[in-house]
Design a protein around this ligand. Structure first.
Ligand SMILES: [Zn+2]
Length: 181
């Protein structure tokens, strides 16, 4: 359920059989999310919200509610661009350097550019579409190298360095951008 709130904009209410009490958090889109026990009425959910405004305001890093719709749109555009680009770029480098992965997954996490899991799935953040191509490629090469080294050991970095000589600079430059949308 969504509550349209004057102060917080769209508030996501998740009714869960596991929830014991009310809990507030920030959704990946920067909206306020609250989880409440399954049979909580909408009326009661709004009351919880009202009685916790002060805490929410002070404690949660919510994004500007007036920009929620604009961010949703931006995310949709990025996702479309990413879908038409990232899986192919990954495939290109994998083929070029002889890596084999199982799946490419697109994410929109707020904190990381990419990841590689032990089941050989490579996740790439759609936010990569906002950074210069050379940094995008660096992230892809970084995750591909994780297929052979699941850590950040010397051996790992030396493998990254084989395919991207400027990886140290790229790692540094990447910190100037934010993966979140
Ligand atoms: Zn890594």
């Amino acid at each position: 359920m969504i509550i349209n709130d004057k102060e917080f904009g769209e508030v996501i209410v998740r009714k869960s059989p596991l929830a014991r009490g009310v809990r507030f958090s920030v959704s990946t889109s920067g909206r306020l999310a609250m989880s409440v026990p399954k049979y909580t009425s909408d009326f009661l959910a709004k009351r919880f919200l009202n009685s916790n405004r002060e805490i929410i305001r002070n404690k949660l890093p919510l994004k500007d509610p007036s920009e929620q719709k604009a961010r949703d749109y931006q995310k949709k555009v990025l996702m479309k661009k990413a879908r038409e680009y990232l899986p192919y770029r990954l495939e290109y480098y994998a083929t070029l350097y002889g890596y084999s992965y199982d799946k490419c997954r697109l994410t929109h996490a707020n904190t990381r550019w990419g990841s590689c899991s032990s089941n050989r799935t490579i996740s790439l953040n759609i936010g990569l579409m906002k950074v210069p191509e050379v940094l995008r490629d660096y992230v892809i090469l970084h995750e591909l190298a994780h297929l052979n080294h699941m850590d950040h050991s010397k051996a790992f970095w030396s493998e990254v360095g084989k395919h991207d000589k400027n990886y140290k600079l790229h790692e540094k430059r990447l910190k100037m951008f934010n993966p979140g949308v």
